[in-house]
Write a protein that binds this ligand. Structure first.
Ligand code: FE
Length: 285
């Protein structure tokens, strides 16, 4: 398909991240907050962590539980050690991804393995369908070198964390939510049009520079998220940047199920959340 054949979605809304503190006192920018969980179903949360002040990240995320969804950590700079109660251990290094399926329950720690320097990356939460919320937990570390990437015909670098793009397969494929997770480096004067399946919820997050998003070229500044509209005729998104930019393009198939969240537990009903709390407190994770 020629790029010119795509009709671009338009930006529906711009969101600026909110500063929060999580874990044992890690400073983060929460970009996708609870109020957007239905609009951006199946995505539940997106945090960006970016600091070269060790006081902002050294405390890390000591042992804590998750149930009912998947966590995707993408590291741009820095080193983070993961350990969980299923016996998995891994070191997440620059450019690498950790894809963890919490399923029925996992207890893990995420601790920086550096005492100074830049720590920069993202954590995305992807929901699981009701029938898989209590599935066996899973865990995968994908180092930078194993994540597929290609240079588009327009000369932009596209790293494929999940899903397929322009006939190229990404590192991770998931059923039900079919996530697309791309890290794009738009060249100076770069122009790119990428396919997004109709009906999937999608957003762009600019983490370096500034980009124009959508057919009308809405400007999206660094640390802003653009929620892409689900215009029925649109089958892709157009991205441009005069001075070059780096951004995430994330899309997925909505589950259309009720969302009941209490902290690290995301289920379909309040009863199921209470069951999760009870199971965790009584050592059943
Ligand atoms: Fe966690």
């Amino acid at each position: 398909m020629k790029h010119a054949d795509f009709k671009s979605r338009e930006v529906e809304r711009l969101v600026t991240g909110t500063p929060v503190s999580d874990g044992a006192g890690v400073k983060l920018s929460r970009v996708l907050t609870a109020e957007l969980q239905h609009r951006l179903d199946p995505f539940l949360m997106l945090d960006e962590f970016r600091s070269d002040d060790p006081d902002d990240y050294l405390a890390g995320f000591p042992d804590h539980p998750h149930r009912g969804f998947e966590t995707v950590t993408y590291m741009l700079d820095g080193r983070m050690r993961h350990r969980d109660n299923a016996g998995n251990e891994g070191l997440l290094t620059a450019g690498g991804v950790q894809w963890m399926t919490a399923g029925r329950g996992i207890v893990h720690s995420e601790l920086p393995e550096q005492e100074d320097g830049l720590m920069h990356g993202f954590q995305l939460w992807v929901n699981l369908p009701a029938r898989n919320k209590l599935a066996e937990p899973g865990y995968r570390d994908i180092p930078d070198a194993e994540i597929p990437r290609y240079t588009s015909a327009s000369g932009n670098a596209i790293k494929q964390i999940a899903g397929d793009s322009d006939g190229h397969a990404g590192a991770v494929h998931r059923p039900d939510t079919e996530p697309l997770y791309l890290d794009l480096t738009l060249a100076v004067g770069g122009h790119e049009t990428l396919a997004i399946p109709r009906g999937h919820n999608a957003f762009v997050y600019v983490y370096q520079g500034e980009a124009q998003v959508g057919g009308r070229g809405q400007t999206v500044r660094q640390q802003q998220m653009a929620v892409l509209g689900n215009q029925p005729a649109a089958d892709g998104v157009t991205l441009q940047s005069a001075d070059g930019a780096r951004l995430l393009l994330i899309a997925g198939r909505p589950l259309g199920e009720p969302i009941a969240q209490w902290g690290p537990f995301v289920m379909n009903s309040r009863d199921e959340v209470e069951q999760a709390i009870d199971d965790f407190r009584n050592g059943r994770f």
